[in-house]
Design a protein around this ligand. Structure first.
Ligand SMILES: Nc1ncnc2c1ncn2[C@@H]1O[C@H](COP(=O)(O)OP(=O)(O)OP(=O)(O)O)[C@@H](O)[C@H]1O
Length: 516
């Protein structure tokens, strides 16, 4: 109780301090604080809700499915830790997201219903998008058909037209922020990076329209070249990101994808853009125009008529979008069944054979595309799967039986350094305090352990251990559970195929190798 009260006080006083530091902005801030919100600030408590599955985690929040016990209404509850957002200086982002979402009213934009808080957390009750992220649909389907991409792109254009009409730049358009309702329609989410322009008719925080040299927000792969050149944000930033997103829908991979942010930025600056053969002329032309290095030449810049009238969108009923039948959603459970069937097989014949057959076969179209793109970049830093495996199996034959056909899946190559080879790889559950997370764990011959979030294809942690075996140890707590212990942390995993002992053996074999 005392700790809670203390924390509340600290949060409020930090907020006050920030307001004072902002001088004249304070009055306007108070005005923003005192406006009548459409989405009310309720007196609810977290116990008023039945919490369901975790939808996802953001950089300063987690989003959970929550059913209000008395009404039965379901929300996506965005939970933000007060201490964390204060420490990370995110208060203004949270406030801006709240105040902006409160004023938006469009079927293609996530709705905010109400907010509440307790000692530790701030809560935003958002419209629940049961269909998940468009990103997952792309991953599950490999890539979308042109009809599917046209439908989703049209709904995004419709939402952007509304947003830009209100003087707002989203600044983080990407498939992860395009959520889907249970009936498969798009809802634009994540307004944490939103930028109001000076003349916006909306009530916003006073400092949020200030024209600074570009503040670096957004996601590397979708950032336009002018932002990399420090130009202030414009609506056209979202049009570039739309072009990247449409490309990703059609190919399975973003156009400038590469092994590191630095390489991505190099490709963006060089407009190193290649279209797969199967893109139609209309799709290629629209993307080419949206990815124009001159922001004023992108369709949608001067008027949305040029964007909506592009031949790619022929046949779209713009007035009736939300009543147009949507593409069929592929659910996670379908995918899991498929994945279970292909789950790692300990297959000696694939190891040391060059792996080219498996490499070509195992990669999804998303992975294949990204690999092809990476191979075309001068500094690619990627290995073909055929190149990586032999180095491990030739040099350390006692390890080779631990590799699986998954190690030849080209998708994982992007996490490796040149010459680095996968020794063992598997889909595991990372056991955490609140939720468990599905991860892909890669053991490489560096030796290194890489933990990848497969839904986002992001490396979540790298454990590189030194020559001292005491730096890292593996404990098996059951046939399916093991812990990787380093001086700084202990990470627990569950392997549903009961290969805990094999993980321990593989890791220890690499440790011993150093002393042989
Ligand atoms: N209304 C919603 N319905 C269903 N899922 C949601 C909803 N809002 C967010 N999510 C899921 O929760 C995850 C976290 O969302 P959140 O807005 O907190 O952060 P983010 O956009 O992923 O990240 P960041 O804040 O770092 O930009 C998202 O990736 C999304 O999949």
């Amino acid at each position: 109780m005392a700790v809670g009260a203390e924390m509340e006080k600290e949060f409020e006083s930090k907020l006050r301090l920030q307001q004072q530091q902002q001088g004249t902005k304070q009055q306007a801030m108070q005005r923003a604080n005192s406006i009548a919100f459409r989405a009310p600030q309720e007196q609810f408590a977290i116990d008023d809700f039945e919490l369901g599955k975790m939808y996802g985690t953001g950089s300063y929040s987690k989003v959970v499915r929550a059913k209000k016990k008395d009404t039965g209404n379901v929300y996506a509850l965005k939970i933000m830790d007060k201490k964390f957002i204060t420490k990370e200086n995110k208060i203004s982002y949270v406030k801006l997201e709240r105040i902006v979402l409160d004023q938006l009213d469009h079927p293609g934009i996530i709705r905010l219903f109400f907010t509440f808080q307790d000692t530790y957390s701030l809560y935003m009750a958002l419209e629940s998008c049961e269909g998940g992220e468009l990103f997952d649909q792309i991953i599950r389907k490999g890539r979308l058909s042109e009809d599917e991409a046209r439908f989703y792109a049209a709904e995004v254009v419709d939402a952007l037209e509304y947003l830009h009409g209100l003087g707002l730049i989203h600044r983080d358009i990407k498939p992860e922020n395009l959520l889907l309702t249970s009936d498969g329609h798009i809802k634009l989410a994540d307004f944490g990076s939103v930028k109001p322009i000076k003349d916006t008719p909306l009530t916003v925080l006073p400092n949020s329209t200030a024209e600074k040299a570009c503040t670096f927000v957004g996601t590397a792969a979708y950032i336009p070249p002018e932002v990399l050149n420090s130009c202030p944000a414009t609506y056209s930033n979202d049009l570039w990101a739309l072009g990247c997103t449409l490309y990703q829908m059609l190919s399975g991979s973003s156009p400038f994808k590469d092994a590191s942010e630095w390489l991505i930025f190099q490709r963006i600056m060089a407009r190193d853009l290649h279209f797969p053969d199967y893109f139609s002329d209309k799709a290629r032309d629209l993307i080419d125009q949206l990815l124009d290095v001159d922001p004023t030449k992108r369709p949608g810049w001067s008027s949305y008529a040029s964007l909506k009238g592009h031949p790619f969108f022929r046949g779209i009923d713009w007035k009736n979008l939300r009543h147009t039948p949507s593409p069929k959603l592929v659910s996670e459970s379908n995918k899991n069944e498929e994945e279970e069937e292909q789950d790692p097989v300990w297959n000696l014949t694939h190891v040391g054979s060059g792996g080219s057959d498996s490499g070509n076969g195992a990669g999804s179209s998303a992975g294949t595309t990204s690999n092809q793109q990476a191979a075309s970049t001068p500094n690619g830093g990627h290995n073909g799967s055929g190149g990586a495996a032999p180095s491990s199996s030739d040099a350390y034959p006692h390890l080779s039986h631990l590799a699986s056909i998954d190690s030849f899946d080209s998708r994982w190559q992007e996490f490796l350094e040149p010459g680095e080879a996968i020794v063992m790889i598997s889909k595991l559950k990372k056991i955490q305090k609140i939720t468990n997370k599905k991860v892909q764990l890669l053991l490489t011959d560096k030796p290194k352990l890489i933990c990848v979030d497969p839904s986002k294809m992001q490396a979540k942690c790298n454990i590189i251990w030194s020559d001292d075996p005491n730096c890292l140890s593996v404990q098996c707590t059951s046939p399916s559970h093991f812990k990787i212990c380093t001086p700084k942390k202990v990470i627990s995993f569950e392997d549903s195929k009961e290969r805990a002992a094999q993980w321990k053996m593989a890791i220890e074999a690499l440790q011993n190798r150093r002393f042989n």
